[in-house]
Design a protein around this ligand. Structure first.
Ligand code: PLP
Length: 436
């Protein structure tokens, strides 16, 4: 038995954490600030020292209803009393079936089948695998690659990483292991600009050259998230759909960040009025309560995969269809769809636009953009992560920048005064502490 040293002797939680615990994109022994959360309710996080923070992150796009939501807690408690988990091989249950039906109902029409995965990255792995099995079953076994966009982010597992931006996705580090994919330039034309038809020229040429080795195109519709928080034109998406049809490729839409209302539409594909062949959702699926994701596919994709050896789709996580997560997802979707979410997103969009407008005047700021309940301040230089998180905490808000991006995506239930507090804290911090 290893002895666990110093777990009680008045040592802070942070000190104990630093000895043993990995955090996202962190190093053990890192000196970067860490804040101890005691509880969370509504749009506020309470630290163990009693300070309250207005949450600008929705715990990475997920906590759309805020925290400690009675309806979600009740759904979880009711499901725990029945069963929190049971294997999904050869067994089924009401929470999973109801969730699948609901997802089919609210997503674009031809998506009719649902694979329940345990995280966003796994949902992307499943989507890629479906595309490859579909190509093989359609008599195109040489179509094993995928075209992705620069500036994209699709997750941290190896398949997902292979379609992330090659630079921010650290492709050189894992060069020998990552599947070599094809990359088109980042869409350039802004969401609200006049459409520039030359924006898809490079993509068009790449597809003309490589289509016979490609199974699919994968992208984040309208909003590229962790790869750069960039909003691009709906006509770009329409053109990709047209080109995929022309070359016989599947279109995979990764709506793990954008799904469930964040951009002002229930799904970002709706901005372009189109449907993908495969759709990934995650993050806000359980309202941030716990991990769950899903990959939806058309009946054509499902039937084609079933029509050729091995005759089944080759994936099946241990915790697939976890009843507890499905029950909470059902409650979260009900809560969302019965709420005036469109008005809430529109109000958040106005609040973020007004509140962040002042950032445009600041010399270190390169760009300010807002779409739906997403507000982005792009800086000229990377921000100082030793200083900024603490500066936000001092002003009573939780904002976690990365690289040159200071961004917020508040819970949909945030009220106007809290949005104003959040945005004025950002203006204040960037004014006083942005420089390294
Ligand atoms: C977060 C995210 C993922 C990965 O989801 P995880 O649950 O973190 O594995 C994939 N794609 C997009 C667009 C995301 O925002």
């Amino acid at each position: 038995m290893k002895s666990i040293r110093g777990t009680t002797s008045g040592e802070t939680l942070t000190a104990r954490d630093r000895r043993h615990v990995w955090h996202p994109y962190s190093s053990i022994g890192s000196e970067l600030p860490l804040f101890e959360v005691q509880s969370a309710r509504g749009v506020r996080l309470t630290l163990t020292d009693g300070r309250e923070l207005i949450d600008g992150m929705s715990s990475w796009w997920s906590a759309i209803h805020g925290y400690n939501v009675p309806a979600l807690n009740a759904a979880a408690e009711a499901q725990i009393a029945r069963m929190s988990h049971v294997m999904f091989g050869g067994l089924t249950h009401e929470p999973a079936v109801r969730l699948a039906e609901r997802l089919v109902e609210i997503t674009p029409a031809p998506l009719e089948t649902v694979f329940l995965a345990d995280s966003g990255s796994v949902a992307v792995e499943v989507a890629l695998k479906m595309a490859l099995q579909f190509a093989a079953a359609s008599g195109h076994p040489s179509r094993q690659r995928v075209l992705a966009l620069r500036g994209g982010y699709h997750g941290d597992t190896f398949g997902a990483m292979s379609v992330c931006d090659p630079v921010t996705g650290m492709h050189t580090l894992f060069a020998g292991t990552l599947a070599p994919q094809i990359f088109a330039p980042r869409p350039n034309c802004r969401f609200d600009a006049v459409w520039d038809p030359t924006d898809t020229l490079a993509l068009e040429q790449l597809l003309a050259t490589h289509a016979d080795t490609l199974a699919a195109v994968i992208l984040e519709p309208i909003v590229q998230g962790a790869g750069g928080m960039w909003f691009y034109h709906p006509d770009y998406l329409r053109e990709v759909r047209r080109l995929c049809d022309h070359h016989g490729l599947l279109l995979i839409a990764d709506e793990i960040a954008t799904g469930f209302g964040r951009t002002g539409r229930l799904f970002a594909c709706e901005h372009a009025g189109l449907a993908p062949d495969i759709l990934c959702v995650g993050k806000a699926l359980t309202g941030g309560f716990m991990t769950l994701a899903a990959t939806l596919a058309t009946r054509e994709v499902a039937e084609t995969i079933a029509s050729a050896p091995p005759g089944v789709f080759m994936h099946g996580p241990t915790f697939m269809g976890n009843p507890l997560a499905c029950a909470v997802a059902n409650a979260s979707l009900e809560l969302l769809l019965e709420s005036p979410w469109q008005q809430r997103i529109a109000a958040l969009e106005r609040g973020l636009c007004e509140g962040l407008a002042l950032c445009r005047e600041l010399p270190p700021v390169a760009d300010v953009r807002v779409l739906g309940a997403i507000g982005v301040v792009e800086m000229r230089e990377p921000v100082d992560m030793r200083v900024l998180p603490g500066a936000f905490v001092e002003r009573g808000v939780w904002v976690r920048p990365f690289g040159r991006l200071v961004y917020v995506m508040p819970p949909f239930v945030m009220e106007a005064p809290d949005v104003a507090h959040l945005t004025s804290a950002i203006v204040d911090v960037l004014q006083h502490t942005a420089r390294r």
